[in-house]
Design a protein around this ligand. Structure first.
Ligand code: HXC
Ligand code: NAP
Length: 293
């Protein structure tokens, strides 16, 4: 398989769709935005840092010739989210998709965290996703717009939990519960809710906070993945493009894992037997069979 890092859709599969990407000025949000633009969508990118957003918007415009609008918005504040939605509607006349991608995270033993440090992650991830989902959902329901979609970026540890990133795991689990709950409740309004759980996809934002210093050499994350590599941004963008498009119209309430098998490798109790060399299996089999006699 050589072409996994190529764009999956080739035509204007998101033409005329208006999509808001929170945290769209960097990392995975920026990569997904780029692909949405290539597929003909108009995209609003938002985050706290307007200079970063303006630079990213210019870069994306140059690369794709698409329409991208940077809007400053701290997702923790509901009034800022409502203002961002209003500017989107004033500019583009409608909105079809919301990508809840903004996040905060860093590694720490939980007992070292102040109450505020724990809160800040919950506020960005869970409260932020809730604020955007609620504001956009109310708009879609009140305006009787059919065919809207919310896509939430969670992680595989939203389901399994993880030590040392406890605020993030707690918050992402909440986002996953919200995804599944509203998928049922809001389907009648034509709103689909899905999530993506990515494994390791290198970005500066995540790597600076999760693998600082020489941790990135000590813990080579690709070794934890059965496919022995990390994710390519285009692979994630392909999945996000599909889930934002009408081709995924019957997918609702799903969380799609894209991690090369990483979390299952950690889950199976005997997966460590991968380390046993092939030649040893003859010997082990003989020993086990001998016990029977
Ligand atoms: C302990 C810390 C800390 C650390 C900050 N704090 N860093 N505590 N260890 N390393 C504490 C501060 O002391 C403060 O508490 C509180 O947290 C808030 O910190 P501030 O610096 O004031 O907050 P702010 O400037 O708003 O920054 C928020 C942030 C920062 C979350 C701390 O990292 C950020 O802006 N992140 C955004 C981008 C991001 O995190 N991207 C990574 C997503 S990766 P006190 O009590 O002292 O006031 C991801 C991947 C998941 O989610 C899965 C990967 C495989
Ligand atoms: P990133 O570049 O640091 O992205 C996080 C984004 O969130 C930034 O653009 C940041 O912009 C924005 N943000 C943070 N706080 C915000 C706030 N209060 N309001 C609005 N925006 C805010 O890291 P990334 O790796 O691309 O992460 C993107 C998403 O993927 C996150 O949801 C993350 O949990 C998820 N994820 C990543 C990986 C991975 O391997 N990289 C794996 C699993 C899941 P500002 O600082 O300008 O506000």
């Amino acid at each position: 398989m050589e072409n996994y890092n190529q764009p999956m859709f080739k035509a204007q599969e998101l033409k005329d769709k208006v999509i808001v990407v929170t945290g769209g000025g960097s990392g995975l949000g920026k990569s997904m935005t780029k692909y949405f633009l290539q597929l003909g969508a108009k995209v609003v990118i938002s985050s706290r840092d307007i200079d970063k957003l303006k630079n990213a918007a210019q870069e994306l415009k140059n690369e794709t010739h698409g329409e991208v609008l940077p809007i400053q918005c701290d997702v923790r504040n509901y009034n800022e989210v409502e203002a961002m939605l209003q500017t989107t509607l004033d500019t583009f006349g409608k909105v079809d998709g919301l990508l809840n991608n903004a996040a905060g995270n860093f590694i720490s033993p939980t007992e070292r965290l102040s109450a505020r440090a724990f809160d800040i992650i919950i506020d960005i991830v869970l409260k932020g996703s809730k604020n955007c989902t609620l504001a956009f959902g109310k708009h879609w329901i009140n305006s009787k717009q059919k065919n809207a979609t919310v896509l939430n970026i969670v992680t595989t540890y939203a389901s399994t939990g993880s030590a040392y990133v406890v605020p993030s795991a707690t918050a992402k689990a909440g986002v996953l519960a919200m995804t599944r709950s509203l998928a049922v409740e809001w389907a009648k309004y034509g709103i689909r809710m899905n999530a993506i759980a990515p494994g390791p996809f290198p970005t500066k934002g995540a790597w600076d906070r999760l693998l600082p210093g020489d941790l990135k050499d000590k813990f080579d994350l690709s070794k934890k993945v059965p496919l022995k590599r990390m994710g390519e941004h285009q692979e994630l963008a392909n999945l996000a493009g599909y889930l934002m498009s009408d081709y995924s119209a019957y997918i609702n309430g799903e969380v799609i894992t894209i991690d090369g098998g990483e979390w299952l490798q950690g889950a199976g109790q005997f997966n460590m037997l991968e380390q046993i060399p092939q030649e040893l299996w003859d010997q082990l089999e003989k020993m086990i069979r001998a016990k029977k006699q």
